[in-house]
Design a protein around this ligand. Structure first.
Ligand SMILES: NC(=O)C1=CN([C@@H]2O[C@H](COP(=O)(O)OP(=O)(O)OC[C@H]3O[C@@H](n4cnc5c(N)ncnc54)[C@H](O)[C@@H]3O)[C@@H](O)[C@H]2O)[C@H](O)CC1
Ligand SMILES: [K+]
Length: 503
């Protein structure tokens, strides 16, 4: 599935209509595809009100109205702007609807518009689509407010009216949809923390755009099960442990042994060939028994925290630094040497990102891939910006940071955004609120470490690691756990189910 900005969608629409020649057929296809989904969500006796706005989203609404009316549903239309504001294409579909004995109430004709909204069992929101610019103006703003307050079940067409399609908007007035039928491809705002919820349950309908046109124009995609199935690591029956990577995890400190242990175990469960773990003597004494399959090495330490040391870095296929490592200045010196001496892909996570703050310039000096795995708070700190600004435009800031520092960024959240140094982006949508707990990130780092050592491109391995991490949590919740009780260690044990499901 591809993710588009408004501009990308317009380019795809325009090319499909003009160059390929769909013309008005595209809107007919859109309306009929949405009507098909609406049919599955309403009862035969429901009073269905289609609220039509000034643009092509409204045009979709007239096609939906005509389609449902032709199938004997109880349909009426509320048009919120005068006819002269409708485009020629929308006028065409309005005339088709009226010619099929459709009824239409104009907003400025009567004060009964509030009554028709109040009486509707279902409101089909065709007020505004991806063409909204800025805050919604009157009279649409009042209509949106009233629908939110009084409308029955609200089904939005393409996008909840008033919601921006793209990232970056500070303020907006939007329909709060129960369902959204997204046309052709989800827009960026489906995946933003402050706009996602306005969509309610969302699903995508195809309306005839050539898939190649969408893939050529969309800058981002969802790393879903289809992607995982085609790119997941394979196991050669004649392989041996050396074929699946020699990994090294450097982390932990005397008062934080657990996160480090989970990273090690997650990497083993994900298929790492050989794992070595470096931490303080106390940490290793306490956690070595949890993953006897790994090898352990005591690192130089002071007051329970790792310090600069000569570590076995040069023969590894992947290194993860920072999990539970603490924020001591002397540990920053260890990070400095790891950045300089590691000759394989390096993941920096957790406290390692805190220690990286004053060493960002070293990132570009590395010749091997560097992967950062911040959550929004850690990313905001790295960018030295307010987290609310970051969450409004996470795709942009992740891409700018990745390109500037030539790193991969896994920006963790409900929807995790994966960015490559050249600006390629993907979103992982698996996972559930059960992951919103300590340790989830440590497990993800272990999964990433193992994935990236198993013969894939780094970008693919990051997409697949996020997929496995979230899918494990989803399968665990489906098979008996709940959002409340799910632990990070359960996610580690659930990795087996993901591999079995897709192998
Ligand atoms: N291009 C096609 O043929 C297809 C498009 N699809 C649907 O059309 C919309 C996009 O249509 P567009 O006309 O560009 O935008 P809108 O429907 O959102 O209407 C824009 C229209 O609304 C007014 N407006 C804009 N901003 C505001 C505001 N802040 N307050 C009040 N009014 C505002 C202004 O008049 C604009 O011109 C897309 O989402 C699809 O639903 C079909 O699905 C496929 C074919
Ligand atoms: K809409």
């Amino acid at each position: 599935m591809f993710i588009v900005t408004a501009k990308e969608m317009y380019d795809i629409d325009h090319c499909t209509m003009e160059k390929i020649g769909f013309g008005k057929l595209l809107m007919e296809n859109a309306g009929r595809a949405v009507a098909e989904k609406v049919r599955q969500k309403v009862n035969a006796a429901d009073k269905i009100l289609i609220v039509v706005g000034p643009g092509n989203n409204g045009g979709d609404g007239y096609v939906i109205a005509r389609t449902l009316q032709n199938e004997q549903y109880r349909v009426s239309v509320l048009q919120v702007v005068p006819d002269q504001k409708l485009s020629e294409q929308v006028q065409f579909f309005k005339q088709l609807y009226l010619a099929c004995n459709g009824t239409c109430l104009l907003l400025d004709d009567s004060a009964e518009w509030k009554q028709v909204i109040s009486e509707a069992d279902v409101v089909i929101d065709s007020l505004l689509g991806i063409g909204v610019d800025g805050l919604v103006r009157e009279p649409l703003a009042s209509v949106i407010a009233f629908i939110n307050e009084k409308g029955g079940k609200i089904v939005s067409v393409d996008i909840p009216s008033g919601l921006p399609a793209d990232e970056g908007a500070e303020a907006f007035t939007s329909i709060q949809a129960d369902e959204t039928i997204v046309i052709a491809a989800p827009k960026t705002s489906v995946f933003l923390p402050h706009t996602a919820n306005y969509y309610g349950n969302w699903e995508v309908v195809s309306i005839g755009h050539p898939q190649t046109l969408i893939s050529e124009n969309a800058a981002c995609f969802v790393a879903d099960d289809v992607f995982f199935r085609t790119t997941m690591p394979k196991r050669d029956v004649n392989s041996h442990k050396g074929d699946h990577g020699k990994g090294l995890v450097i982390g932990g400190c005397d008062n934080m042994p657990g996160s480090f242990a989970m990273t090690v175990r997650a990497a083993l469960r994900t298929g790492a060939g050989l794992m070595t773990a470096v931490s303080t003597e106390k940490v290793i004494d306490r956690i070595a028994c949890l993953s006897p399959e790994a090898m352990y090495q005591i690192g130089a330490s002071e007051k329970g925290h790792l310090i600069a040391d000569d570590l076995p870095l040069d023969d590894k296929d992947g290194v993860a630094f920072g999990i539970g490592v603490g924020r001591e200045t002397k540990t920053a010196a260890l990070l400095e040497s790891v950045l300089q001496e590691t000759t394989c892909p390096l993941i920096i996570d957790g406290d390692g990102l805190y220690l990286l703050q004053n060493q960002l310039a070293r990132l570009k000096q590395r010749n091997e891939p560097t992967i950062l795995t911040p959550h929004m708070g850690e990313m905001a700190r790295l960018l030295e910006m307010d987290i609310s600004d970051l969450t409004r435009s996470p795709f942009r800031y992740a891409r700018e940071f990745a390109e500037e520092h030539h790193v991969y960024v896994v920006l963790k959240g409900k929807y995790t955004i994966i960015t490559s140094p050249d600006g390629n982006q993907a979103v992982s949508t698996t996972g559930n609120p059960g992951l919103a707990k300590g340790g989830s990130g440590d497990v993800l780092t272990g999964i990433i470490l193992a994935m990236m050592m198993q013969s894939q491109s780094i970008f693919q391995s990051l997409c697949n690691a996020c997929f496995v991490h979230g899918m494990s949590a989803d399968l665990q919740v489906q098979s008996g756990h709940s959002y409340h009780d799910l632990l990070a260690t359960d996610v580690i044990e659930g990795i087996a189910s993901v591999y079995r499901t897709f192998s």
